[in-house]
Design a protein around this ligand. Structure first.
Ligand code: 4NP
Length: 162
């Protein structure tokens, strides 16, 4: 079995996780890997909204278009639909795990930045109440983690085909 689908999760699904979705999709497309990527928020605050304007602008500046994405809330059936669920921070991870029904569900949940070995950060900081710099930091951290994941998935896929 190889990874078929990935869910990125933050609190509002308007800043960090839509960016993670957009970046991951881009990297998988470049590698011609057919893996589905989606994102969701643990809260209901912004259901139905496009990403935060600051997140859209910063992503575009870095070559990724997330303007059409629409926020939704994480739901328990996402454990059925996704192989891996990446939480942006530890509180998101806790909130997702609270909804898990068994050890199989729980085993799907990972902290995104645990994919990186060398970083001062183990969580993607919430940029919502901060300035522009915060969005670039989010971009850089998420971009690095997604690159690592894409490389891993490429290897996984190559081995699967052998
Ligand atoms: P996100 O950022 O979890 O990265 O989408 C936030 C968005 C909205 C809020 C907090 C964080 N809020 O409190 O509304």
């Amino acid at each position: 079995m190889h990874t078929r689908n990935i869910l990125m999760v933050c609190l509002g699904n308007i800043c960090r996780s839509p960016l993670a979705e957009g970046i991951m999709r881009e990297k998988l497309k470049q590698r011609k890997l057919e893996i589905y990527v989606d994102s969701a928020g643990t809260s209901s605050y912004h259901i139905g909204e496009n990403p935060d304007r600051r997140s859209i602008t910063n992503a575009l500046k870095n070559g990724v278009d997330i303007s059409k994405l629409i926020a939704r809330q994480f739901k328990v059936t996402d454990f059925n639909g996704f192989d891996v669920i990446y939480a942006m921070d530890k509180q998101n991870m806790k909130d997702i795990l609270k909804l898990s029904r068994n050890s199989e569900d729980a085993a799907k949940v990972k902290l995104l930045l645990d994919e990186l070995d060398n970083t001062n950060f183990n969580e993607v900081p919430d940029p919502y109440f901060g300035g522009e710099d915060g969005f670039q930091l989010v971009f850089d951290l998420v971009n690095e983690a997604c690159e690592k994941i894409a490389e891993k998935l490429q290897h996984e896929m190559n081995n699967y085909k052998l």
